[in-house]
Design a protein around this ligand. Structure first.
Ligand SMILES: N[C@@H](CCC(=O)N[C@@H](CS)C(=O)NCC(=O)O)C(=O)O
Length: 210
């Protein structure tokens, strides 16, 4: 299999973190990671559009030559393909909560965090837009409070002792925020501590560059 990706971008990073976590647990997936240089616009060129008509990364090429183009679908495929030590484990309730937290992070924080990064200090050179940044910051308060509350029972990771896809999704977006030298935590010490704790683990440390 081949994963077309680019470091720093949140959606590929989420999958890269997931693969690193699974490999740290002992599953060798044998996935070759191939950079598609989005800064040079390679993701919109025919070679990549033939893999993924939406011109996005990540894209997973399966061994049968077909492609999966959505980050969460890639992760779910790998969970099915390599079920031993899958991250989504436990009772239906535990799995339901793990899925729920991951979706909240991706849908309520992922987009705003990316847009916020571009509004305050875009690595692609977009003009600064502090009005938009303030709107995005306001939109992030409830989901950030939700995560802070989740951590208030002393759990080390977002779903407890064991790493989850939610940890991967949140860490991927936060890397981008850190890269643009922004800080979205505010007065949320538990979330800030989770961030430091998660990144200190060997698997994320091998993926996260910023
Ligand atoms: N829903 C898709 C979103 C993929 C996506 O938008 N990836 C970004 C990088 S984080 C990208 O390729 N952006 C380039 C573009 O949309 O032109 C997923 O979860 O994989």
């Amino acid at each position: 299999m081949k994963l077309y990706m680019v470091p720093l971008a949140p959606n590929p990073t989420k999958v890269m973190l997931y693969i690193a976590e699974r490999e740290a647990l002992g599953t060798q997936m044998g996935i070759e990671q191939i950079v598609v240089n989005t800064v040079k616009g390679r993701h919109k060129q025919p070679e990549h559009l033939a893999r993924n008509p939406f011109g996005t990364v990540p894209t997973l090429e399966l061994d049968d030559g077909s492609f999966i183009v959505e980050s969460l679908a890639i992760i779910e495929y790998l969970e099915d393909k390599f079920p031993h030590d899958a991250l989504l484990a436990g009772t239906p309730e535990q799995r339901g909560h793990a899925r729920d937290v991951e979706r909240v992070i991706d849908l309520r924080l992922g987009g705003p965090m990316g847009a916020y990064g571009h509004a305050v200090n875009s690595p692609l050179g977009y003009p600064k837009d502090l009005t938009r940044a303030a709107q995005l910051e306001a939109a992030m308060q409830t989901p950030l409070d939700y995560l802070e509350k989740l951590l208030s029972d002393g759990r080390p990771l977002l779903l407890g002792e064991r790493v989850s896809i939610a940890d991967c999704t949140l860490a991927a977006s936060l890397q981008f925020v850190r890269y643009v030298e922004a800080d979205v935590f505010g007065e949320r010490p538990l979330l800030r501590a989770w961030d430091a704790r998660y990144r200190a683990r060997p698997a994320p440390a091998s993926v996260l560059r910023w």
